[in-house]
Design a protein around this ligand. Structure first.
Ligand code: DAH
Length: 347
């Protein structure tokens, strides 16, 4: 009986020990202690030899049952711990699909940075009383070059590397290289005065790099009225610069050449990154070129039957993508067209 009692105690001691065990390593140590060589079960077996021969089979069977019961306790505990372990590993190895889940949630989306920049630029000029006009992206040689005072073979055409379409006379239909042809279309309406901005997409055979894209956007400005002077142009550019880039950013004009304006200038604004102090983006000059401008050339007015003796005007054109780059400090313009979600989601 004494042995029976202690066998039961061995089983309950093992059961109690196992119930507090939380790792497979610890379980293996406990199993060794409760079933291994030095265990009480092993001792009970060894003591069988000193048990009377007639009691030995019954006693032996009792010890075996106890041992099997203890073993079952350990087997089932191991199974539980292994399963828990597997679940833990599954949880920690699980791929983080949060991004995909987020993308699957319908969102309202938003306008691309270039579109937003275009809208903001339009707003600045609409506030100054300008109308917004769009022209076609596919143009004839006459609108893109000739009416802008660049007859065929004029050397200034070399300023624009052009994509031609296989339509009509060879080299007569092209993807517009600038928004300036829309000036001609606006003047052709024959309604004066004109105060208009003309945003849109343009194309040039340029290799993409940090500051150039072969498909890009410009906004063109045109004012034609009686008594318009260069001072009006300079004042308008300065007004725009402050309105769009904010206080403390100013503009300056430097002599330049365009066939469709005389005099011509390129306009620069204080670098928005260093605010004029000088940095890599502005090549340490404190200024960044934004576009070209000038007084509309009399030949352009004559091409569309506007009397240059009575009307004068100014025009300007600059890159919308360049404006976005300046204002948002985008190091490489190519991100604007790559559609990388990591960039897009910041917009
Ligand atoms: N069309 C010119 C270009 O793409 C920019 C430009 C210069 C536009 C002077 C103008 C202007 O309206 O007056 O390089």
């Amino acid at each position: 009986m004494a042995v029976d009692g202690s066998l039961e105690e061995m089983l309950s001691a093992a059961t109690a020990a196992v119930s507090g065990c939380s790792s497979l390593d610890e379980l293996a140590r406990l199993q060794n202690r409760h079933l291994g060589k030095g265990s009480q079960v092993a001792e009970a077996r060894a003591e069988l030899r000193s048990v009377a021969a007639e009691e030995r089979p019954a006693q032996g069977a009792l010890i075996e049952r106890t041992r099997a019961a203890i073993e079952e306790v350990f087997r089932s505990a191991r199974e539980h711990l292994e399963e828990a372990d597997r679940q833990r590993r599954l949880a920690s190895d699980a791929a983080d699909l949060t991004e995909i889940l987020e993308a699957a949630v319908p969102s309202l989306g938003r306008a691309h940075l270039v579109q937003r920049t275009r809208d903001e630029l339009e707003d600045v000029f609409v506030a100054m009383g300008y109308e917004v006009v769009e022209g076609p992206e596919v143009e004839t040689d006459w609108y893109n070059f000739e009416a802008l005072n660049m007859p065929p073979a004029h050397p200034a055409r070399g300023m624009w590397d052009t994509f031609y379409l296989k339509l009509g006379e060879p080299n007569s239909i092209m993807l517009r290289t600038h928004t300036s042809p829309t000036q001609v279309r606006v003047l052709q309406r024959g309604e004066l005065p004109v105060y208009a901005v003309m945003p849109g997409r343009c194309y040039r055979r340029d290799t993409p790099d940090a500051r150039h894209l072969p498909v890009f956007h410009q906004i063109e400005g045109l004012v034609v009225d009686e008594g318009i002077s260069f001072a009006d142009l300079a004042g308008t550019i300065e007004e725009f610069t402050g309105a769009y880039f904010g206080e403390g950013i100013h503009s300056r004009l430097r002599p330049s050449y365009f066939p469709f304006t005389e005099p011509s200038a390129e306009f620069e604004v204080n670098c928005t990154i260093c605010r004029g102090a000088g940095c890599r983006t502005c090549s340490h000059t404190g200024w960044v070129e934004l576009g070209g401008c000038g007084m509309v050339h009399p030949a352009v007015l004559e091409a569309v039957d506007v009397d240059p003796e009575r009307f004068t005007g100014f025009a300007f054109g600059f890159g919308i993508d360049r404006c976005a780059q300046m204002r948002h400090e985008i190091a490489d313009m190519r991100v604007l067209v790559e559609n990388d979600y990591r960039f897009m989601r910041q917009l």
